[in-house]
Design a protein around this ligand. Structure first.
Ligand code: GLP
Length: 243
């Protein structure tokens, strides 16, 4: 398939789209090896960076897997998505019998930086709403969440009253954006002094840093969130089963 070099869609995105479609339609089967980066560069007449970016996105989404010696292959259907329900902070807290809260630290519109733009598949400098909140359970600080949402998808979000509001509920009711699935990473870390102050913990105390990219029911990346959870109050539960 040819790439459209006049299109406003970046080349890496076009390559990503082609391979995503191939994987999802079953044209390439689980376990099948896909061409090497070199071969893909020749096929599409693009640089290795471009190919790498497209492949990395497919790997990140779990559609492809990289194997050290045998190359990149189509992933076998993941079952982990069935195991973890996508929930909002409010739902999480309620399910523990706690009253959720959200104190807005900052809500503004800004140009997406390269990292945010890449995650949300935006053109660089496109405007996003940046929402920074201190999340509370029974008025006790639990996490600091900073999320980025494309203004094109949810215009006017930064100007709304977001105090104590569930973002996901608001996105559903006001913007018809239904969060469907997410990719999230968790990393052990320690609190900086400003984080410690907000969270009411000691500087250097253990925290969990997470990044979440959430997609809506139309498959669009809607929210890129970077969060810091209190290590002493937060526990993660995962259900696991043998394949
Ligand atoms: C979780 C996610 C955040 C998301 C939030 C929405 O905590 N990690 O990325 O913004 O839920 O929660 P709520 O709908 O309660 O505002």
């Amino acid at each position: 398939m040819e790439l459209d070099r006049d299109s406003r869609t970046p080349l890496y995105q076009q390559i990503y789209d082609i391979w995503r479609q191939r994987v999802e339609s079953g044209e390439v089967r689980p376990g099948e090896r896909i061409p090497t980066e070199r071969e893909l560069c020749d096929i599409y007449e693009v640089s290795q960076i471009t190919v790498r970016q497209a492949i990395q996105m497919l790997v990140t989404e779990g559609l492809l897997v990289r194997r050290p010696r045998t190359g990149t292959r189509v992933a076998h259907r993941k079952f982990s998505q069935d195991l973890i329900r996508l929930t909002s902070f409010s739902e999480d807290m309620r399910s523990r019998g706690l009253r959720p809260g959200g104190m807005v630290i900052r809500a503004c519109e800004e140009s997406a930086d390269i990292r945010v733009a890449e995650k949300l598949r935006l053109r660089n400098r496109e405007t996003v709403t940046r929402l920074e909140r201190l999340r509370l359970a029974e008025d006790e600080p639990m996490a600091i969440e900073t999320c980025h949402i494309p203004v094109a998808l949810c215009p006017g979000l930064a100007g709304r009253d977001l105090e104590g509001v569930s973002l996901y509920d608001l996105l559903r009711s006001e913007y018809r954006v239904d969060m469907q699935w997410a990719q999230q990473s968790f990393e052990a870390s320690s609190a900086t002094s400003s984080e410690a102050r907000l969270l009411g913990i000691k500087r250097g105390a253990p925290v969990l840093r997470t990044e979440r990219l959430t997609f809506d029911s139309a498959g669009r990346p809607v929210e890129f969130a970077v969060s810091v959870y209190r290590g002493d109050r937060y526990k993660l539960n995962v259900q696991m089963r043998r394949v």
